[in-house]
Design a protein around this ligand. Structure first.
Ligand SMILES: *Cc1c(COP(=O)(O)O)cnc(C)c1O
Length: 263
């Protein structure tokens, strides 16, 4: 469960340790390697200080769901990283070690991407998790063609059938995967899903199991030339169940940063 508030650096460190250990234990318990599930830290409720602290602990993968917050946070963190690198370069013998600071962080766009925001988002992220329509895929592909880049994407699956949820209905996923596979400026990397929020994480299990099945179907069909390796599912409430059902990327916000919206 998420702590209601994570205010000090020590609390963040504890929360980070707890979550990463739980992820590793759950993967092992499911018969997989302890390091087989990547954690994306979702910074929606994090303060700028907390984001810097997490990166200083050596964490590399960060996620945002809204474009405006994403662009602001990427810019702020870039500035911090550059400053740290300059400082590290200026001093040949630094008294405090910079060993933990990664060379670069990887941002993940985990929310719904509007087509008119493609050009803002693509240059600053590593992976786009929420492809939910052919039109969005086409828009991304056009942008990739213009810039001569290949964009890594996940299809978002609406495996629960809830009409309020974004994502592609299960029966249409394979077809969209094939269409994306034919677009040379997109690289299909896998699937993403969100389970309905419920106090009981077991409620999420069928949704994750169904998405994992689709993921395996895509791989078995040979779609994506071996690039389809990412199964992004599980959040604070349900990431253990998600890993048990095969997730190899979990997106964790509140368990790290607490419940409070801090902008
Ligand atoms: C906010 C969000 C998360 C993180 O949710 P928590 O419950 O805070 O862990 C994960 N994925 C998506 C798509 C989100 O919007």
């Amino acid at each position: 469960m998420a702590p209601s508030k994570v205010s000090s650096a020590a609390q963040l460190k504890d929360a980070y340790k707890r979550v990463t250990e739980t992820i590793a234990e759950t993967a092992e318990r499911s018969g997989r390697r302890a390091d087989s599930a990547l954690m994306v830290a979702v910074t929606k409720t994090a303060s700028p200080d907390q984001i810097r602290q997490l990166v200083e602990m050596g964490h590399r993968d960060l996620g945002e769901s809204r474009v405006q917050q994403l662009t602001q946070r990427v810019a702020a963190l870039d500035e911090f990283m550059n400053r740290r690198r300059t400082m590290a370069g200026a001093a040949t013998r630094t008294s405090h070690s910079d060993d933990q600071l990664p060379d670069a962080v990887r941002w993940h766009m985990i929310g719904t991407l509007q087509r008119n925001k493609v050009k803002q988002v693509v240059p600053i992220v590593q992976l786009i998790h929420g492809i939910d329509s052919l039109r969005l895929a086409e828009e991304l592909h056009n942008y990739g063609a213009q810039k001569d880049v290949t964009i890594d994407v996940l299809i978002q699956v609406n495996a629960s059938g809830e009409i309020t949820k974004h994502g592609v209905a299960s029966p249409a996923v394979i077809h969209l995967a094939e269409q994306i596979d034919s677009m040379i400026h997109l690289r299909l990397r896998g699937l993403m899903t969100m389970a309905p929020l419920d106090d009981d994480p077991e409620q999420a299990r069928p949704v994750f199991a169904r998405t994992a099945e689709l993921f395996n179907d895509i791989r078995d069909a040979g779609i994506g030339e071996g690039h389809v390796t990412v199964l992004s599912m599980g959040m604070t409430n349900d990431y253990q169940v998600a890993i048990e059902e095969g997730a190899n990327l979990v997106r964790i916000g509140r368990a790290l940063f607490g419940e409070d919206e801090q902008g």
